[in-house]
Design a protein around this ligand. Structure first.
Ligand code: TRP
Ligand code: ZN
Length: 472
């Protein structure tokens, strides 16, 4: 959905200069990138996040992804056709999508064959006829190959479309959507999604949103169709698949609820179902109405050691989640999924809030209060690394530093003490209501906090979010 325009001219020039011409691409004279640069109407190769210069793209705004994938776990072959509906935000002689791996066999724009070239994560597409500013257009990309998730990244481990023994575990934060579908792979461009995922009969596919009908089977293969009707960031898209035990129903408040576990975690299914329902209902009273059409959770036997807040279906990688982590991932449905950051440096708006939600859950359950947990953390020694890392300005190579989680949560507790419980919880609900299904920045949050409290909170936010030392 709409993203601000910016000219990343230098990057366009750079990528153009480096663009190679693979054997199966058009000859140099018709190289789409070079030609587009020549006429100055190429969409930028990045969306304008300085920390991730090539993630996402410029010049258009995606409205909808229709992802059709056929996947066979035994040979790890993925065949995909992704159809993207978008609106141009400038005249476009060419534009980029993000995609890593796969052989691309064809691209059409508005049903006409388009030329394309590839360089790193950029799939540059030159439509047969140029697209005008504000025009709506449809891009269809056909691709096939073995998924190549991002492996051993510095502090994120493995992410993206991860083949497993019996299927795939799909968790893509921050920028792994491009390992399974061509996309504008940055959270600043949210869109709705349809999934049609075909697998050997007997396997289950768990994508975002709700099933649009019963799975259909033909020739030993079953197609699962899911629809996510609310805007979603690309990193939250999933199509985890394999053998699963399911439990379906509704939360006490009536929200459709689906829990799924790999048979290795059969004994965790009822707890996952019950706690996910209880947490979803409780957060709806604390943070405001639940933003999506369904809730739930998925436990796979692939050991990532982490969980991800995939929209409507948090994924737990290889462990039986406890209440705290379920509380964390479901809090992300509001903070991260409904309200999505526009720049990765603001990641504390996701992780600080979800961590603070763990403290609130503990308090709600009569265990340690948020105040006690805050105090315990504030007592960390002066040389603890969280004091040197300002959480309000996350560094690109260490986005998920512990400071972003813990010091981010401490920031919210310091704010709560400064403005009082009544204003603090009103603020949380106003924040989720004002930006429901949208994009947000730290500045928007601090401005709303000041407006609602009538206080100058500049020094508080500066000390907690931006200084490389322990606040007093
Ligand atoms: N957002 C996750 C959490 O704290 C952590 C995370 C970061 C992650 N990158 C990931 C999880 C990649 C899975 C895959 O809840
Ligand atoms: Zn989190």
């Amino acid at each position: 959905m709409r993203y601000e325009r910016r000219a990343v001219t230098i990057l366009v020039a750079l990528v153009g200069a480096l663009a190679c011409t693979p054997a199966d691409q058009p000859p140099p004279s018709t190289d789409p990138t070079a030609a587009a640069i020549a006429d100055g109407r190429a969409g930028a190769p990045g969306i304008g996040d300085p920390a991730f210069p090539l993630d996402g793209n410029g010049g258009y705004d995606v409205a909808h992804y229709a992802i059709a994938i056929d996947y066979t776990p035994s040979d790890k072959q993925l065949r995909g056709v992704t159809t993207i509906t978008a609106a141009a935000t400038q005249d476009l002689s060419s534009f980029d999508l993000d995609l890593t791996g796969y052989n691309v066999s064809g691209v059409t724009v508005d049903d006409e064959a388009a030329t394309f070239s590839r360089k790193g994560q950029e799939l540059t597409i030159r439509p047969a006829r140029p697209i005008g500013d504000d025009d709506r257009f449809t891009v269809r990309v056909s691709y096939a190959g073995t998924p190549q998730p991002v492996v051993n990244s510095a502090n994120l481990g493995t992410y993206g479309f991860i083949p497993t023994r019996d299927g795939a575990f799909v968790t893509a934060e921050p920028d792994g959507a491009k390992t399974w579908f061509p996309s504008n792979d940055h959270p600043a461009d949210k869109a709705t999604f349809d999934f049609a995922i075909t697998v050997p009969a007997g396997l289950t596919v768990l994508a975002n949103g709700e099933l649009t009908g019963r799975p259909t089977t033909a020739g030993g293969r079953t197609t699962w169709r899911w629809h996510e009707r609310q805007p979603m960031a690309t990193y939250l898209a999933t199509a985890t698949l394999g053998t699963f035990d399911l439990r379906e129903g509704r939360t006490a408040a009536g929200i459709p609820l689906l829990a799924a576990v790999d048979p290795a975690f059969k004994s965790s299914l009822d707890k996952l179902y019950t706690v996910s329902g209880e947490v979803t209902d409780y957060w709806s009273t604390v943070f405001g109405p639940y933003p999506f059409g369904s809730t739930g959770g998925v436990v796979d036997d692939f050991s990532t050691g982490y969980a991800l807040e995939n929209q409507t279906k948090p994924m737990y990688g290889g462990f039986a989640p406890d209440e705290a982590i379920i509380a964390h991932e479901l809090a992300h449905q509001w903070f991260g999924d409904s309200l999505t950051i526009r720049r990765w440096k603001d990641i504390w708006l996701n992780e600080g809030f979800a961590t603070y939600a763990e403290w609130l859950w503990s308090e709600h359950k009569g265990k340690s209060t948020a105040e006690a947990i805050f105090k315990r953390n504030h007592a960390r020694p002066a040389d603890d690394p969280i004091w040197a890392y300002p959480p309000g300005q996350a560094s690109p190579d260490d986005l998920f530093n512990q400071s972003v989680y813990t010091r981010g949560a401490m920031t919210l507790h310091a704010l709560r003490k400064a403005v009082g419980d009544e204003t603090f919880f009103k603020l949380l609900r106003a924040w989720t209501a004002e930006h429901r299904h949208g994009n947000v920045t730290t500045e928007q949050f601090t401005a709303l906090a000041e407006k609602m409290s009538g206080k100058d909170l500049g020094p508080l936010f500066d000390a907690w979010l931006f200084q490389p030392r322990r606040p007093v």
